[in-house]
Design a protein around this ligand. Sequence first.
Ligand code: KG4
Ligand code: ZN
Length: 332
Amino acid sequence: MPTILAIESSCDDTSCAIIKEGKILSNLIASQAVHSQWGGVVPELASRAHHQNIVPVVDSALKEACIDKSAIDAVAFTRGPGLLGSLLVGTSFAKAFALANNIPLIEVNHMMAHVLAHFIDEPAPSFPFLCLTVSGGHTQIVLVKDYLEMEVIGSTKDDAAGEAFDKSAKLLGLPYPGGPLIDKYAQSGQPCFTFPKSKVGAYDFSFSGLKTAIMNFINNAKQKDAGFVDREMNNICASIQNIIIQTLLDKLCKAAKDLEINHIAIAGGVSANSGLRQAIKEYGEKYAWKTYIPKFEYCTDNAAMIAITAHYKFLKGAFSSQSVSPQARMKI
Ligand code: KG4
Ligand code: ZN
């Protein structure tokens, strides 16, 4: 059973985790506060911050796990999707680490890793299950057939669910990332304002129309009453959160019914949303689903999810073609 060092650097979190025999020994994250003043992630600033953070984060993860570099059997990294400059820092570090320590590389797909975060702790879902993977860049319904065998059966045609939260928050004058703030205000509000639900086919989603509807709603309200948004912030946030959750769950329900699958999971940054977590529990009771909700620390980006995915890839011998094998090194 392997010991693997895993790196995640797809967006604005630099993270390193160590996994040994399938158990996470450390999972450290350096977040980048620099973006909040710009209202979103600035790719160039993100890659520079990854550059500064990566060595200290890796050192700390090794120290916390009480593991020496020489005990690492493979190094894993997020191959994509993500911001190119950010991915490049993690990829370069992983390649250099693999070369220096003469160990194989494992490439991990970020979205697959969000799903497999469910296998870090017990109880893990049994196959097949459906996973609603909702993050800042993606919204997917995934049919998970096995650890490394997944089919995306529905996805967003435009904005992702996390983007819908963040852009709505920006329209309300809230700082980035707005998702957690909408969640916080929504907890003291009622979903008393109505926004339209998008109509796209099958198990797909669309959130760009919602953004326009919210923009028009806010502009119209402000023209009549300048203090409306501040006064109604809790109710507006509850209404926005409600429509996003309803849109997600309508499609998830349809997929579960059509495919006759009752093991249902949520994953990705938006799965940290308290309204979605509560709603999925209630749907579970109503439709006799067995539901799986990740721990908060494994919802948003983290290297533990990269590590657990790499663990399964290692067991299958699924190494990167970019790995430098011992034989190749002999020829250099
Ligand atoms: O998975 P993630 O960390 O990064 C990507 O892969 O994109 O997801 C980040 C997204 C952001 O859009 C953030 O606003 C959203 O997850 N998010 C939330 C909450 N916590 C994070 N959205 C709603 N409610 C939350 N509590
Ligand atoms: Zn993510």
